[in-house]
Ligand binder design. Structure first.
Ligand code: ADP
Length: 383
């Protein structure tokens, strides 16, 4: 029977999930406060309410077989009341519970023997004693796309910044002078089946992802190590659904877990065009207990470039998008009516067909440069 999946959140992740839902024989319903959200037009039903409004989630659940998440800014204690009444959440609330607060997530990872940067909860100024500059300050909750993550270079900067965060619980962590940032997306189904996409390299500027290269250029040993971390984490969380892990590769070759996101992820957008099954289809398969599809890359690799806002405007940038599409790329435009600096407006995927991993990587880098220069022109320094 056709399943109905309620999604908490109606942004681009829900929109991309709704796009593949018909081919999985699934209807998507969403809960979002904003009529202009990308997924609103594709959902079969929309509950207009804030993400953390659990009464609205109760309504969503009345029309859904399963509830899943595109946004984890929820109130778990309240959702637990619905779970106690029999509402089915995948991922389970118990899997989300150690992840939603960045400090608690770090504790969970450390307690389960994953390597993470040195960190500490902030309560008083003496908590900074075991850190040197630069250090990283993070809002424990509701951070995304670098909002709430600040790199602090000096005592002066710290003194200026702290009063601005007076009522916000914070996490302090060591700054990792990483060699590269990596990410991996994987899924575990209701039946315990696990599928892991290739490890990718990601590039963040000012804490916002600019591009992704799949696969990352890594030794077979490093790939195995990251796959092991992924499988171990999925099992430790008794996880159902798609999960992403962001990692640091340090200069001495160590892999540290930066954070994990309990949902589909920007670093997996390339899978829509480059893999036989996208992360969005895989999420639907995982939560409905279907066998997980073939996730192999269709070509030697792919690059994904985020189209970030570089000005405040109300433009759909149609002409620019068409130029980029004319190169034979896949342009995904999220239909947001307002552009702001750093806002994710869409993304571009380009498939690579080289005959070695090195060549795939090099060509990928050149294509990223070309597309970023078409998109940003001389505005790259603005973001
Ligand atoms: P968000 O949840 O907003 O994505 P992250 O914790 O992932 O926040 O941080 C965003 C980016 O900030 C990372 O991708 C990385 O580039 C940088 N960053 C975060 N933590 C550290 C750290 N400890 N050391 C160095 N860079 C960091």
């Amino acid at each position: 029977m056709r399943k109905k999946i309620g999604v908490i959140g109606g942004g681009q992740l829900a929109w991309m999930m709704a796009q593949v839902a018909p081919s999985e024989d699934i209807d998507i319903l969403v809960q979002t406060p904003s009529p202009s959200d990308s997924a609103v037009n594709l959902a079969t039903k929309v509950i207009f309410a804030p993400i953390n409004d659990f009464m609205a989630t109760a309504k969503l659940a009345k029309h859904s077989d399963i509830i899943t998440f595109e946004n984890e800014f929820v109130n778990l204690d309240e959702l637990q009341k619905l779970a106690d009444e029999g509402v089915c959440f995948y991922p389970r609330l118990s899997s989300l519970s150690p992840l939603l607060d960045k400090y608690e997530q770090r504790c969970f990872l450390r307690n389960n023997n994953f390597s993470v940067p040195h960190f500490r909860e902030y309560n008083s100024i003496s908590d900074f004693d075991s850190f040197s500059f630069p250090l990283v300050l993070k809002a424990r909750r509701h951070g995304y796309d670098g909002q709430g993550t600040i790199i602090i270079h000096s005592q002066g900067e710290l003194t200026d910044i702290l009063p601005k965060f007076e009522d916000i619980p914070l996490l302090i962590e060591e700054f990792i002078p990483f060699e590269r940032e990596l990410a991996i997306v994987a899924a575990r189904s209701v039946k315990g089946e696990i599928k892991i996409y290739p490890v990718v390299e990601t590039y963040q500027h000012h804490q916002v992802c600019r591009w992704v290269i799949a696969p990352a250029l890594l030794s077979a040993d490093k790939i195995k190590e990251i796959e092991y971390i992924t499988e171990k984490l999925l099992i430790a969380l008794d996880y159902v659904g798609v999960l992403a892990i962001e990692l640091f590769l340090t200069k001495n070759g160590e892999i540290l877990v930066n954070e994990t996101a309990p949902r589909t992820h920007n670093s997996g957008h390339y899978t829509i065009d480059a893999c036989n099954t996208s992360q969005f289809a895989l999420q639907l398969q995982a939560v409905t207990g279907k066998p997980l599809g073939n996730i192999d890359l269709k070509t030697s690799g792919a690059v994904m470039i985020n189209l970030l806002g570089y000005e405040s405007a109300n433009s759909d940038y149609l002409e620019k998008r068409q130029h980029i599409e004319n190169l034979g790329t896949f342009v995904h435009w999220y239909g947001k009516s307002e552009s702001r600096i750093g806002r994710k407006l869409g993304h571009v995927t380009v498939l690579l067909t080289e005959n070695s991993p090195e060549k795939t990587y090099q060509t990928g880098k050149l294509i990223i440069e070309e597309i970023e220069s078409m998109w940003y022109g001389d505005k790259l320094t603005v973001i």
